[in-house]
Design a protein around this ligand. Sequence first.
Ligand code: GRF
Length: 201
Amino acid sequence: MNSNRSRIAFLISGRGSNMKAILNQINKGKLKVDPVLVFSDNREAMGLKIAQKYKIATYSFHPKEYSTINHYENELVKLLKENKVEWIICAGYMRILRDTVIDAYHNHILNIHPSLLPAFPGLKAQKQALEYGVKVSGCTVHLVDKGVDTGPIIMQTAVPVKKKDNVDDLSKRILKAEHDTYWRAIDKVVKGIEIKDRIVY
Ligand code: GRF
């Protein structure tokens, strides 16, 4: 642990391959941040096992265990604040964050989305891209605001859509780009960004 480094936490729901790619860059010394904890709303998430291998504290609870979504998010914010988390990294966290978390971490929440936003927000972005017939797609790292995939864009990487691609082919190509984009976007924000009229500098 290095006390000068930004403290980050991951929110995941599933396999955690983006989280793993980021942890690898941290271990290689290319990304200088402290991964403090991993939270999942799904106790069975594969990503929790990966986090444990990297010796990172893991936590899991589910909204159903709370009377309201607000109570659930209050508990999550409490956990993050107790651990002095500065940046929240959503990496396949399959829930829309509500006001409680967004207000507590204004402009300090990142998400990665498997399309070139503002094209194809929401679920099944790769399928949407194929069905629309775009020839280029990719991934976007953005700040999380109160809309769905609408926050200021930090970084994007384009990948080609090939003639015979199915959803799986395109998803794999985009995921590879995600793994090389997310850590660079985190590096950019922790070094300092400015946001003017939704443009990130
Ligand atoms: C990625 O495709 C990401 O763009 C989306 O959810 C998926 C998460 O994959 N938000 P993983 O859990 O990081 O492997």
